[in-house]
Write a protein that binds this ligand. Structure first.
Ligand code: SAH
Length: 227
């Protein structure tokens, strides 16, 4: 196993070669990704590969997203320190930790309780206290805590759920999510101004499916989506 010093070196190289070279330039985000120990968010056997340019399995047929995708989605949300954020699909908790680092308060929902519990422990160990993890169907959002300044969905929905966009802050709230079936998904950014919503397509992508009332049904096979 690499030492913590070697992990730090791998992390710097990940930031320089996978993120900066591809145009990520938000310095607060780059600092966060240079300091957060991504290897602590993957299963023991994958730790040495934690800084590679790819997603990795995290158990329960789910994946931790590729570092570039994490950076790209986060940068496009233009987070401010006072923002209240909803994340849907906690997974490993790595993206969640980055949101905790950059925003004011984070609510995160995960449907698989084992993943939610491990993610909560990892993020707690890093000292973040501005987080509330819920276990349940995130395709319905978290109406009791709405509105949110930003919403990030890290699993692909068949279409944009109306209930989610309704939970955006009417004054410039933004939502980023992958839309579509395997293998042709598209990352979309939705911006709210009062009752108006504008949609921008950002990137082709591949995420595991969002399973739930406003997502795919529970028979959907994550493996066929391959994130
Ligand atoms: N950002 C995470 C991505 C994990 S993969 C990471 O990088 O680790 C997507 C996650 O979404 C999986 O953990 C999956 O269980 C979860 N998920 C799928 N449908 C969901 C739903 N309706 N509500 C909450 N979580 C969901």
């Amino acid at each position: 196993m690499p030492t913590s010093c070697e992990y730090a070196r791998l992390r710097s190289r990940m930031v320089a070669e996978q993120l900066v070279k591809r145009g990520i330039c938000d310095s607060r985000l780059l600092d966060a990704m240079r300091s957060l120990p991504r290897h602590q968010f993957v299963p023991e056997e994958h730790k040495p590969r934690a800084y590679e340019d790819r997603p990795l399995p995290i158990g329960a047929r789910q994946t931790i997203s590729q570092p570039y995708i994490v950076a790209f989605m986060t940068e496009n949300l233009r987070l401010q320190p006072q923002h209240k954020v909803l994340e849907i699909g906690t997974g490993s908790g790595y993206q969640t930790a980055i949101l905790c680092h950059l925003a004011g308060y984070v609510y995160s929902i995960e449907r698989i309780s084992r993943l939610a519990k491990m993610a909560g422990e990892r993020i707690g160990n890093l000292g973040y206290g501005n987080l509330d993890i819920h276990i349940g169907d995130g395709s319905q959002g978290l109406p009791d805590q709405a509105p949110f300044d930003r919403i990030m969905v890290t699993a692909a929905a068949p279409r944009l759920p109306d209930v989610l966009r309704a939970q955006l802050n009417p004054r410039g709230g933004q939502l980023i999510l992958p839309i579509g079936d395997a293998p042709a998904q598209e990352l979309q950014l939705i911006t709210r101004a009062g009752g108006r919503f504008t949609t921008r397509s950002l990137l082709g992508c591949r995420f595991v499916p969002l399973i739930g009332r406003y997502g795919f049904d529970s028979q959907t096979d994550s493996a066929s989506f391959v994130s």
